[in-house]
Ligand binder design. Structure first.
Ligand SMILES: Nc1ncnc2c1ncn2[C@@H]1O[C@H](COP(=O)(O)OP(=O)(O)OP(=O)(O)O)[C@@H](O)[C@H]1O
Ligand SMILES: [Mg+2]
Length: 355
C-alpha cells in the first residue's frame, strides 16, 4: 500500500483547513489556509484564534461555539480577510474533532474559496441586466419614432410655406437632425433585434469592393486580396454593414492622411472542424489604418454600445459589428498602438469548412 496519511490529504486539500484545540489555539493550518489568508503557518500555529483572526469575527465565533457547545455551522456568504489583498468570498463549515478515546479535543473549519463562483454570478447578472436594458431601449426607440416623424413632417411642411431663406435654414436643420436621430433609432433597433441571417455562399471580395465604392474615395484604399480565397458563408447585407463600419472607423481615425490596406487571407482554423473531422479553413479580412490608434484603456470598451470618442459618434458601429460576426460564428481581433494605427481582423468560416 502506498504511504498515504491523513496529514498528507489535509495538507493538499484545495479547501483551507484551520483547526483549534479546546483552548482555541491554532493547531492545524494547511497550505490552502496559508494561500487564502496570505499568512505563514509558522506565524500562526499555537497562537490564540481570536488574536490571529481579529478581522474575521464570524470565523472565530463559529469555531468557539463548535468547541464550547458542539454546534456545527455551514455558511456560504462569508468573507475571509487576507493579509495583503482584499477579502475573499468564502464558504465555511465547522466540525468537532475527537481523539481516539472519543473525547473532544478541538474543532476544525473547512473554508472554500468562492471567488470564481462569485465572479461567474456577477457575469450572469450583468448579462441579464444588459438583456433587460436592450429590451427597454428597443421599446423606447420604437416609441420615439412616431413623434419624431411627426416633427420632421411638420418641419417639411413649414419649409414649403416660408419664403424667408434664413428661416428655411432652420427648418433644414430640424429635418437633418430628425434624420440623424432616426438613423440612431434604427441602429438601436437593429442591435436589440435577434439576428436573422440570410446565409449564402458569398464572395467576400465583392462585398469589400462595394464597401470601398460606397466610401466614394477608392484612391484611399490599397487592396491586397488573395485571389484563391474560397467563398464564405454569410449574410451579404449584414457583412456589408460590418465592413462599412470598420472601414468608416479606419477612415475617421486616419483623417484621410494615409491609405487603408484591406488584406484577405486563408488560414487553417482548428476551432472549425469539417464534417469529416479535419480542421476547416477560415477566411480573414484585415483592415489596417495608420491612424490615431486606440488607447489601451479604451480597447476593451470599444464594443460597449454608445462608447465613442468622437464628437458626433454614436458608438454603435463596433458593438453591431461584433454582434453580427458572432452570429456568423466568426471572430474579431484588434491590434492597435497609439500613433501607430489599428488593424482589425475579421475571421469568417469558409463555405467549404462545413462540408
Ligand atoms: N480604426 C480605429 N482607429 C482608432 N480608433 C478606433 C478605430 N475603430 C474604433 N475606434 C474607437 O472605438 C470607438 C467606438 O467605435 P464605434 O464604431 O463603435 O463608434 P463610433 O465610430 O465612435 O461611432 P459610430 O456609431 O458612428 O460608428 C471610436 O469612437 C474610436 O474611439
Ligand atoms: Mg464607427
Amino acid at each position: 500500500m502506498l504511504p498515504l496519511s491523513y496529514e498528507d490529504i489535509v495538507e493538499n486539500l484545495s479547501e483551507a483547513v484551520i483547526a483549534v484545540d479546546n483552548d482555541l489555539r491554532i493547531a492545524v493550518f494547511n497550505q490552502s489556509a496559508e494561500k487564502m489568508t496570505e499568512m505563514s503557518r509558522t506565524l500562526v500555529l499555537g497562537r490564540p484564534l481570536g488574536e490571529v483572526f481579529k478581522r474575521d469575527a464570524r470565523l472565530v465565533e463559529m469555531l468557539s461555539k463548535t468547541v464550547a457547545e458542539g454546534r456545527l455551522f455551514a455558511e456560504y456568504e462569508e468573507r475571509l480577510h487576507r493579509r495583503f489583498g482584499s477579502a475573499l468570498p468564502v464558504g465555511i463549515t465547522t466540525s468537532q474533532v475527537f481523539d481516539s478515546n472519543g473525547n473532544q479535543c478541538g474543532a476544525a473549519a473547512l473554508i472554500k474559496d468562492l471567488s470564481g463562483i462569485k465572479s461567474l454570478e456577477a457575469a450572469t447578472l450583468r448579462k441579464e441586466r444588459l438583456a433587460y436594458i436592450g429590451q427597454f431601449a428597443a421599446n423606447l426607440a420604437h416609441e420615439l419614432r412616431n413623434p419624431l416623424s411627426g416633427m420632421r413632417g411638420a418641419a417639411q411642411l413649414l419649409s414649403r410655406k416660408i419664403t424667408d431663406e434664413r428661416l428655411c435654414e432652420y427648418t433644414g436643420v430640424i429635418m437633418k437632425e430628425a434624420d440623424r436621430l432616426n438613423s440612431i433609432i434604427n441602429e438601436m433597433l437593429d442591435f436589440a433585434r435577434p439576428g436573422r441571417l440570410n446565409v449564402k455562399e458569398i464572395n467576400i471580395h465583392r462585398v469589400l469592393d462595394s464597401v470601398v465604392m460606397l466610401m466614394q474615395d477608392a484612391g484611399a484604399f490599397v487592396k491586397n486580396y488573395d485571389p484563391s480565397l474560397p467563398p464564405v458563408l454569410g449574410d451579404e447585407d449584414q457583412l456589408t454593414q460590418v465592413f462599412l463600419n470598420l472601414v468608416k472607423n479606419a477612415k475617421e481615425a486616419s483623417n484621410g492622411a494615409a491609405a487603408i490596406t484591406i488584406t484577405t487571407r486563408i488560414t487553417t482554423d482548428f476551432h472549425v472542424t469539417k464534417a469529416n473531422g479535419a480542421p476547416g479553413r477560415t477566411a480573414s479580412v484585415e483592415i489596417r489604418d495608420a491612424g490615431c490608434g486606440i488607447k489601451p484603456e479604451d480597447l476593451e470598451r470599444i464594443f460597449t454600445p454608445f462608447f465613442t470618442t468622437k464628437p458626433r459618434g454614436t458608438g454603435l458601429g463596433m458593438a453591431i459589428s461584433l454582434k453580427i460576426i458572432k452570429e456568423h460564428n466568426g471572430h474579431l481581433k484588434i491590434e492597435s498602438g497609439v500613433g501607430a494605427g489599428t488593424a482589425v481582423t475579421v475571421y469568417l468560416p469558409t463555405a467549404e469548412a462545413t462540408q
